[in-house]
Design a protein around this ligand. Structure first.
Ligand code: HEM
Length: 393
């Protein structure tokens, strides 16, 4: 009997146990009653994500993964123009190209000192707030929010609006009415922003895109929506959950602080070990496909469990151990294939700067509550912690 996708993690860091053994490609029950597929293996995950016979287009998705809904899912509805994560080539290619011109390695490298400055300022504020403060509210959420605001040309003063609306949209079980309202608020806000950018394009990504002359307002809107939501929630949860994991593995935190493991290697391993994207990578088969000994029928949905794939023992030795010194490259935390995360270099810069500076500034950092009282984001499409009270002495 096919079961629905389990969500709750038995301990804060490991994927649900049932995902960690069994067939690499197995039947998965969807809420609309159809039985699709779940991929839990690294090699099969790469195959699916690189295979053009599996589409990202929303209109081919018959069902959300869960009911209560993964929010804002409307079966059969096409993506907004510009919302290219939910498109296939060649539509996808056109937008992705327009964006890669903005997310260059050079621009990202230029951004590094600014990211380090933002991190340092937030750590000053954490220190001022004093022991017992919530690391999510004072550090993990503000750092990527400030960075994406600067990159996009969104005033940080407006953060409450987009942070609250994103939180509603990513909450499992949100009602259609509430999700619709949050989406309308976000789109209304971004429409005004785009009108302003058209009048006075700034030296930021939206300004650059507006000046390129190749995208209309609707397309700019979809792009801005995707970047704003993808750009702050994901990295924020990696920063907070990664800190929680390091606090529960003090010898690993010490190795990072002392520099015996590099920040680069630590970040890759935390990405692999924590794999916060719970449902992001869904596809639908455009035609019948034989894969991993199974017959996938045209129209079937396929969900790639990145958390499970990144724990494949045939790809990573001792996969359930957090080992910051290992070579974790090749993990799938940023996906694979044409949709591989556009913001990955930016996220890496933020995480390298964030973890290193945090553990150097507060060598005695520890949880201010028992570990089992840290509120986990089982209820959100992007996993992490809702709050992380910390102290130091
Ligand atoms: C795509 C994860 C940070 C923007 C993706 C995908 C994953 C992912 C798994 C692939 C989705 C798919 O194949 O369907 C993450 C994680 C992050 C992160 C774990 C942080 C640690 C960011 C940031 C930005 C961003 C900071 C923006 C500045 C995007 C965009 C796409 C994407 C635009 C769509 C790319 C495409 O369709 O071509 N991300 N992401 N992400 N991400 Fe990220």
């Amino acid at each position: 009997m096919a079961a629905p996708l389990p969500i709750a993690r038995p301990n804060p860091f490991d994927p649900p146990a049932v995902l960690l053994d069994g067939a690499p490609l197995r039947p998965l029950a969807f809420p609309d009653g159809h039985v699709g597929w779940l991929v839990t293996d690294h090699a099969v995950a790469r195959e699916v994500l690189a295979d053009r016979r599996f589409t990202s287009r929303l209109e081919f998705r018959r069902s959300p993964v869960h009911r209560p809904n993964v929010p804002n899912f409307q079966a059969g509805q096409a993506a907004l123009p510009g919302f290219f994560i939910a498109m296939d080539p060649p539509d996808h290619t056109r937008y992705r190209r327009a964006l890669t011109g903005q997310f260059t390695v050079r621009r990202m490298n230029q951004l590094r000192p600014r990211v380090e400055q933002i991190v340092a300022e937030r750590l000053d504020l954490l220190e001022q707030a004093g022991p017992g403060s919530d690391l999510v509210a004072t550090f993990a959420l503000p750092v990527p929010s400030l960075v994406i605001c600067e990159l996009l040309g969104v005033p940080y003063a407006d953060r409450a609006l987009f942070q609250n609306a994103s939180a509603v949209l990513l909450r499992l079980g949100v009602s259609d009415a509430e999700a619709g309202e949050a989406m309308a608020t976000l789109l209304g806000y971004l429409k005004e922003l785009i009108a302003r950018t058209r009048r006075e394009p700034g030296d930021d990504i939206l300004g650059g895109l507006a000046e390129s002359g190749t995208l209309d307002d609707e397309e700019l809107l979809g792009i801005a929506l995707l970047l704003l939501v993808a750009g702050h929630e994901t990295t924020a949860n990696m920063l907070a959950l990664g800190t929680f994991a390091l606090l529960r593995h003090p010898e690993q935190a010490e190795a990072l602080r002392a520099g015996t493991v590099s920040a680069d290697s630590a970040v890759e391993e935390l990405l692999r070990y924590l794999s916060i994207t719970q449902f992001g990578t869904g596809r639908a088969a455009l035609e019948d496909v034989d894969l991993a000994g199974q017959h996938i029928k045209a129209g079937d949905m396929v969900i790639v469990s990145i958390p499970a794939a990144n724990r494949s023992s045939d790809r990573f030795a001792d996969p359930h151990t957090l080992d910051l010194g290992r070579d974790a490259r090749g993990h799938l935390a940023f996906g694979h294939g044409v949709h591989q995360c556009l913001g990955q270099q930016l996220a890496r810069i933020e995480m390298r700067a964030g973890y290193t500076a945090l553990f150097r500034r507060f060598p005695a950092l520890r949880l201010a509550v028992p570990a089992d009282e840290v509120p986990l984001r089982h209820d959100m499409a992007i996993y992490g912690v809702h709050a992380l009270p910390v102290e130091w002495s």
